[in-house]
Design a protein. Structure first.
Length: 188
């Protein structure tokens, strides 16, 4: 109980969105404090914008915040390996795949393993990326869904719908839909 009171006072004393200790308090049957984070690429801040329950570790992208524009799964994997274990995180949304062109040789199994090691009390979700623009202009929805099926096979919940066949940078309506669906998954 003291831990919950301390965490609530930390939240109330923080006035910035990019505070590394920002937590989302959820009234669940267990009254457990939830810390829901988003990690990945440049689409991560837009998923943050679309969700009321999930947040970036920091609004400044980089290795310590586990998200950065233009990065692929291999960058995220290395960043997660270097990250300090955080047993307070209860849900992790992974937003990755687009910058690597949904490469079938990505080390998805290793990323999921590392995430489970660093966030041992978490459930994991993956946001399906975007295609039809830039370096992924030749990709199809079928290829994208096959890529994320590998996450599903490892026990990661695939969030619907995909970001889709759009240039993804900006506060687009699809992020509200994804955010709402992601939020509903943790409130079941």
């Amino acid at each position: 109980m003291r831990v919950i009171i301390l965490l609530i006072s930390l939240i109330l004393s923080s006035n910035t969105k990019d505070d590394n200790m920002k937590l989302f308090i959820s009234k669940k049957k267990s009254n457990r404090v939830q810390k829901n984070i988003i990690i990945g690429d440049s689409q991560s801040p837009y998923v943050d914008w679309g969700s009321t329950s999930f947040n970036l570790i920091s609004s400044t992208g980089g290795q310590n915040s586990l998200w950065l524009g233009g990065k692929s799964l291999s960058w995220l994997l290395q960043s997660v390996k270097l990250y300090t274990t955080d047993s307070l995180v209860t849900n992790v949304a992974i937003c990755i795949g687009t910058n690597g062109g949904f490469n079938k040789n990505d080390k998805i199994t290793e990323l999921v393993f590392e995430c489970k090691e660093k966030f041992p009390n978490s459930k994991f979700y993956v946001i399906q990326g975007s295609w039809g623009w830039g370096g992924v202009s030749n990709k199809t929805e079928t290829q994208v869904r096959e890529y994320y099926k590998k996450f599903s096979d490892l026990g990661v919940v695939v969030v619907e719908p995909p970001i889709g066949k759009i240039e993804p940078h900006g506060r687009k309506p699809i992020y509200k839909e994804i955010g709402n669906n992601l939020d509903s998954l943790i409130n079941l």
